[in-house]
Unconditional design. Sequence first.
Length: 426
Amino acid sequence: MNLRYYSLLLYLLTPLLLLYLAFRALKSADYRGRWGERFGLSQLRHSDILIHGVSMGETLAALPLIRILQQQRPDLSITVTTTSPTGSREVIKALGNSVQHQYLPFDLPWCIRRFLKQLQPQLVIIMETELWPNLLHQAKQQGAQLLLANARLSAKSAANYRKWPKLSRPMLQSLDRIAVQTATEAQRFIDLGVMPSKLQVCGSLKFDLQLDESKIAVAKAQRQQWGRQASPVWIAGSVHPGEFAAMLDCHKTLLQQWPQALLIMVPRHPEQFDNAAEVIQRSGLRFVRRSHSTRVSHDTQVLLADTMGELLALYSCADVAFVGGTLIPNGGHNPLEPAALGLPVLEGPNHRDFKEISGLLEDAGAMQIVADAPQLAAAIQGLWSDVARWQQASRASLAVVSANKGALERQSTLVLQLLASIKSAD
């Protein structure tokens, strides 16, 4: 399949794109508006830099880089796009009106062409793996420089690219620079036809997590307000349907030994908040929803965190963290957030999207891999029963994060070098 056939296929699938939006709108109010943005129908201002942040995780990683660009090159205007409502909320909350923001249009040629014709960006920065053939092709046609930042490429993704060489090779070769996370992933790009001179191993921006100490202090004080300062607390972050029941089964096991233990359960997607509440209700465990005014009391067994933007603060309230999307074939989520807070980390075996990072944490003794609820309960029991073991895992988490910092400086330097040839905006 080449670009022409790919585009034709997308045109044929356009009715399904509308059905997709309608289906998501039925489940989540966040998808009931701004459809025009997804088809390139917005009215946009010219922008020197386009940064595509995809969803919440990639957007959070991009924020420090964006702030450096704003400080170093205030003369340049920036547009930030996402594909998900959670990513959009992060952009609005963190950057406000300092950037232009909208959803990235679907990769239909006419949508992308109209979108880019309005922006006319001189530099396009794409975060991690969100490569769209028409976006890159049209941006290159307009003369923009293309940077893939914080790039990662799993063995599975590389194999998928190899299946469609006539589509993937021109797309990858159109990139001017790739700031790749690891040497292993750099070699995968080279094997797919990317020139080595375009690659620079920079590490992951996720290691340069910026912690708000004031928010962490508030979170820790909150635990004291719950009356759980001396009681064990664990958190299941970014969990998905298919994992809810396993978290609750694990917690029931823990309650047999620690009756005052508290589980903070944080579903990944807001449209699953009500579903998660129903699952907890059926389990028979006593719970409160964070979005409600009901306070955590001495007999609360589960706190359902059905709010947005609080995951990092809630990690601060816990002793041990399980990172979701890993007991099901999802690919996992960022384990560095709890690690940066010094928590021992637990994951399931399906963490392909963070394979290298998870490997570093596991090798250092900061992370344990579990296959199911009984193994998860056993791992937490081991940490809660042995203070020295918990302390060793905690120190290992902090050491891994500290040893791998510096990606932000390396990637921002690369971006500024690319911008050096760009004439300041009038």
